[in-house]
Structure formats: C-alpha cells, structure tokens
Design a protein around this ligand. Structure first.
Ligand code: C2E
Ligand code: CA
Ligand code: CA
Ligand code: CA
Length: 276
C-alpha cells in the first residue's frame, strides 16, 4: 500500500500544482486581456412557447492567445477574487448596450446580461447602468438583468432596494440558476422579480427521474402563482422541449434551439429563421 500510495501521492501533487499554476497564470493574464481586447460576447436565443424568439442572453468569452477559448465558469471566479470583475463587467455592459442598439434596429428583442454579485452590490451600480443605457439611447426595457439567488441573499436589503429602483425604471429582472441556491423561497414574495430561470441540472434529469420532473412542475406552477415568467435552461433534446411545453413553461433556451454565437452569426441566424 505504501509503494503504490507514494506514486499516487506524487501524481496528485503534480495535478494540484499545475492547476494552481494555471490559476496564477490566468489571474495574471486577465489584466492584459482587457487592454488587448481578448474578450467577446456570444449570444444565445431564448424562445417563447409560441416559438417566437423573445430575447438573447449575452455570454462572455475569453479568446486567450495561447490557451484558446477559456470558459467563463473558469475565469469569472478568478476575476471575482482579484476585483478584475469590475472593469470586466463594465466592458460587458458597454458592449451589450452597443450590440442591443444595433439589434433593436431590426429585431425587438430583449438582451439578458449576467451580473456578478460584486458588480450588482456596489453602490454606484444603478447610476452606472442608467448612464450606459442613456448613452446608447436604449429604453431600460431593452435589458434583462440576470442575478443568482446567491447575489440576492448576500445582502438582501441592499439587493431589494436596488431591485425596486431598477424595476421601476423598467429593467427586466430574472433569477438565474433557480433551484440551486439552497436558499429559502420567502424572498420571492417581496423581491421585485419578473422571471425565474430553472437551472439546467433539473432539465437534464427530468426525463429519467420522476422526482426531478415533479420539481420542475412545482417550480413552474409556483412561479405562475406569483405571476413570474419561467425560462428553462439547457434544453438539449426534443423530448425535453415537448415535456416543458406540456408543463406550461413560458420560455426555453438551449442547444436544441440554438447554441450561443457571435453577434454577426446571431443576426444571420435571426434573418434565416424568417420569423421571430
Ligand atoms: P449561465 O448564466 O447559467 O449561462 C448558461 C450556460 O449554459 C452558458 O455557459 C451556456 O453556454 C450554457 N448552455 C446553454 N444552453 C445549453 C445546453 O443546451 N446544454 C449545455 N450543456 N449548456 C448550455 P457559459 O457560456 O459557459 O457560461 C457559464 C456561466 O458563466 C454562466 O452561466 C454565467 O453564470 C457566467 N457568465 C457568462 N457570461 C457572463 C458575464 O458576462 N458576466 C458574469 N458575471 N457572468 C457571466
Ligand atoms: Ca444566465
Ligand atoms: Ca443559468
Ligand atoms: Ca449556470
């Protein structure tokens, strides 16, 4: 056991070290990446139960010169640790509004944007958001702000105050990754929210697990009781799409309908679809 154990131990250390090394490297590269313009936004369509495209979600991409495309699930947590998330989020907001302005000349679609907790909980956030939409002459209705339960429970009173102001200004507000946060549902009664996005993990397991299916049904029914729109995330197969449709789910998003694509490809996709 000792001999085998030693090898395993070394292998583990190495793996751990290279993972650590990659983190240090990426953290360092983040600083330069914004300056060098290595970030891009991709957009994924959101489809209503009447088969209309009603919105697109902006998803951040990092095209690293040596490492290739790096997933936001890897670099966003790093950017949050270092505070780089603030300039990065400002870039996203500006780019989203720039694209939304072009998009809306042709298609009346809402653009959903993911907000990080650090960004959203800063006192300057509301003012900054109002300024950027004003600068691009967009109505606040053009944007849908996606927040996770985690962001909302971090500082519920601050979150509620900011959300009330944003909702009365006209912004759409969605709870992202709904059902993964282990949080109490009571916040739904008093937070001004317009939509829930059911996390992909529920949709993935829905077909094989009666329990998961029951959960999805319960979330949809509860959301409708509360006058909220429900969006299902990560729909990959026709059977999932049909099941969600029969449960009364309002909107769907996933590879079954469309993968995230760059802005130019999105415009081509919308055009070729021929209808909204
Ligand atoms: P999210 O907000 O839950 O975004 C949905 C993720 O699911 C995206 O991953 C999307 O590409 C992926 N997805 C969509 N449809 C399917 C499907 O049918 N199957 C599967 N397997 N996946 C699907 P992505 O683009 O890698 O983004 C990961 C996360 O990074 C996002 O999760 C969001 O939390 C965060 N993120 C992305 N862009 C931004 C941003 O601009 N700002 C902030 N703060 N976070 C962002
Ligand atoms: Ca999202
Ligand atoms: Ca999500
Ligand atoms: Ca997610």
């Amino acid at each position: 056991a000792k001999r085998g154990g030693r090898n395993h131990f070394e292998w583990y250390l190495e793996g751990d070290q290279s993972r650590q090394h990659r983190k240090v490297q990426l953290r360092h590269d983040l600083q330069q990446a914004l300056i060098d313009g290595e970030f891009r936004l991709h957009y994924q369509p959101i489809i209503s139960h009447t088969d209309a495209v009603i919105a697109v979600e902006a998803l951040l991409r990092w095209q690293h010169p040596e490492q290739g495309m790096i997933s936001p699930s890897e670099f966003i947590p790093l950017a949050e640790e270092t505070g780089q998330i603030i300039p990065l989020s400002n870039w996203v907001l500006d780019q989203v509004c720039r694209d939304a302005r072009v998009l809306r000349q042709q298609w009346p679609l809402q653009v959903a944007v993911n907000l990080s907790p650090l960004q959203f909980l800063r006192p300057q956030f509301r003012q900054q958001l109002m300024e950027v939409v004003a600068h691009y002459e967009l109505p606040p209705q053009a944007l849908n702000l996606e927040l996770t339960e985690h962001t909302l429970v971090e500082d519920p009173e601050q979150a509620a105050t900011t959300l009330r102001e944003l909702q009365s200004a006209g912004f759409g507000i969605s709870i992202d990754d709904f059902g993964t946060g282990f949080s109490s549902l009571s916040y739904l009664k008093w937070l001004p929210v317009s939509a829930l996005k059911i996390d992909r993990s529920f949709i993935r397991d829905m077909q094989n697990s009666p329990r998961e299916l029951a959960l999805v049904r319960a979330i949809i029914d509860m959301a409708h009781e509360l006058d909220l729109t429900v969006v299902a995330e990560g729909v990959e197969r026709r059977e999932q799409a049909q099941a969600l449709q029969s449960l009364g789910c309002d909107c769907q998003q996933g590879y079954y309908y469309a993968r995230p694509k760059d802005f130019t490809a999105l415009l081509v996709w919308l055009q070729s679809r021929g209808h909204w």
